[in-house]
Design a protein around this ligand. Sequence first.
Ligand SMILES: Cc1cc2nc3c(=O)[nH]c(=O)nc-3n(C[C@H](O)[C@H](O)[C@H](O)COP(=O)(O)O)c2cc1C
Length: 210
Amino acid sequence: MSTLARQYTLNPPLDESELLPEPVDQLQNWIAAASEAGMTEPGAMTLATVGDDGRPSARIVLCKGFHDGGVCFFTNYESRKGRELAARPQASLVFWWDKLERQVRLEGPVERVSREQSLEYFRKRPRESQLGAYSSRQSAVVATREELDARMEANEQAFAGSEIPLPDSWGGYVLRPQAVEFWQGRRGRMHDRLLYLRDAAGWRIERLEP
Ligand SMILES: Cc1cc2nc3c(=O)[nH]c(=O)nc-3n(C[C@H](O)[C@H](O)[C@H](O)COP(=O)(O)O)c2cc1C
């Protein structure tokens, strides 16, 4: 690890006047900018959930679009995150785009999307990914890699020439944010931080110290 303090100077300052009224629209702009900047997974975001025991856990998932003011991702409902969201349907998402020196943090309640939306997205995925989703009991302990490969192979044969069914345990979630912070790196650690907060009147924006 370098001990040199990096200076963040890539982008112009982030000013209140530049922000769109809806934070999810602003987020879409920043994801598009990260894509244009050549980031390989501009939609990669860290999803933090909380277990029954109050312990947080985090992992990366991909943002797969926006729905009704919220951010969508797809996963296995019986995975660790799925079980945690069933018990405590609140989460936090964090994006970091190093090529732009930008971070976005969102917090809010999480709901499953409709089965129709999950099916629509599932059908768009490559067949191999559908088969993987069908074959994996995500987050369960498996004795060996071979067991997994054999299950995948057996399913490939079972569904040869037919559609892979959408598993009951697989689908999307939407996080509808109540707080969204846009962070732009600046010189001397005097970064810009603009926080959208939702109240009865709509969104208000506050500036936070870096
Ligand atoms: C770049 C990247 C993208 C990922 N995208 C997803 C995703 O969209 N959905 C998903 O379920 N897991 C995704 N994963 C795997 C998760 O990080 C995680 O390993 C998995 O969902 C199991 O998490 P859990 O045991 O906490 O439920 C991704 C991992 C990486 C590194």
